[in-house]
Design a protein around this ligand. Structure first.
Ligand SMILES: [Fe+2]
Ligand SMILES: [Fe+2]
Length: 364
């Protein structure tokens, strides 16, 4: 007889909180875990992305090192109907595993309304209900007792799939992040809709290169570089009027800069107001990605350089990329030399106060 945990959910997308729950529940109950993604996507409210959700769960399982005990069921994904009640899923698994002990893992947020589930009592007779996390039962509904639920102790890490969809968190395994980026899902669709295809390809490339440079320089939070790189040019294709309005209202001290530079400021504005980014390091990196500035920090330096040297720029930048990966501070000087050389050859005046401040601080 095996112990099997049924773990259903939207998984739109899967994140590290799901993996943590599954790992700890599996160890606590000495059980296998079957992930059962719901057919409907919260994101698109249609069934097509279920294949993407399944692919991402596969990647997360592989990344977790738990392939021996984690698996995926297509049962709900392959249903003809869009709406499914858990009782149907449970009856299905009872038939497939008649001699095994089945557990149903539910979210902490489901404990107190479990009595409203379709055929709740029947569910609790067919399977052992378990929930993960800490719950103050005194304030609860009495469902824990009523349905003989077992608590798997653990700390919930507060990640929501919606935060990942909105780029507020990237707390999901790295292969899942890469899948989202490669397939234009969630926040990537939002970025894509703001710009031409060429610029979108450039943005992806800046994001991924910034991430690689941040990782190889052992930054504590390399995902910040990824986020800043992905959205750094989101202000670039704003209608002129809108651009001017943002500059006048929020960045009037820079109004006399060349217009080509405006988009770093409008980009910061969009990052704040439309992507809800509050992290100062990310915002600063976007705000000065064209000119650089003093005190822009490691992420600022990385995004500034990655924007100039990413591989789709159309020149051989391999040595510059290697220099940045090797050491971002010495790499910055090499990239700066190459930039200045370019500006001089093309007669571009780069000596604005922001770039001069960056050179004074970082180029010594
Ligand atoms: Fe830019
Ligand atoms: Fe750019």
């Amino acid at each position: 007889m095996k112990n099997i945990i049924l773990f259903g959910g939207a998984f739109d997308p899967i994140h590290n909180g799901h993996i943590k729950m599954a790992k700890e529940a599996s160890e606590f109950l000495n059980a296998e875990v079957i992930f059962i993604p719901a057919k409907i996507s919260v994101w698109k409210n249609e069934s097509l992305p279920v294949e993407d959700k399944i692919k991402m769960i596969e990647l997360a399982i592989k990344d977790s090192g738990k392939e021996d005990v984690f698996s995926i069921s297509r049962y709900e994904a392959d249903l003809k109907t869009d709406i499914n009640y858990s009782i149907n899923t449970i009856r299905h698994f009872k038939k497939v595993y008649p001699n095994d002990k089945l557990y149903l893992l539910i979210g902490l947020d489901q404990v107190n309304n479990f009595d409203k589930w379709m055929e709740a009592s029947e569910i609790s007779k067919l399977v052992q209900i378990v929930f993960y996390g800490r719950l103050n039962e005194e304030k609860g509904s009495g469902n824990i007792k009523r349905f003989s639920m077992i608590n798997i102790p653990g700390e919930i890490n507060g990640i929501n799939s919606s935060d990942i969809r909105d780029l507020k968190s990237l707390d999901t395994p790295e292969p899942v992040i890469r899948y989202i980026i490669d397939h234009d899902l969630y926040f990537m669709e939002n970025i894509k809709n703001r710009m031409s295809l060429d610029r979108y390809i450039h943005s992806k490339s800046v994001g991924l290169l910034s991430y690689e440079i941040a990782k190889s320089n052992h930054l504590k939070e390399p995902k910040k570089a990824l986020v800043a790189g992905l959205i750094h040019d989101c202000g670039k294709e704003l209608p002129r009027e809108k651009e001017k309005q943002i500059m006048v209202e929020h960045y009037s001290e820079y109004i006399n800069y060349p217009r080509v530079i405006y988009h770093q400021f409008t980009g910061e504005y969009i990052a704040k107001t439309e992507f809800g980014i509050e992290d100062e390091e990310i915002l600063t990196s976007i705000k000065y990605h064209t000119t650089a500035n003093s005190n822009i920090g490691e992420i600022g330096i990385i995004v500034y350089c990655a924007d100039k040297i990413e591989p789709t720029r159309g020149f051989d930048s391999k040595d510059l990329i290697d220099a940045m990966k090797n050491n971002l501070w010495s790499g910055f000087k090499i990239v700066m030399d190459s930039n200045v050389d370019y500006y001089v050859r093309h007669g571009i005046d780069y000596k604005n106060p922001l770039t001069v401040a960056a050179i004074e601080q970082y180029y010594k």
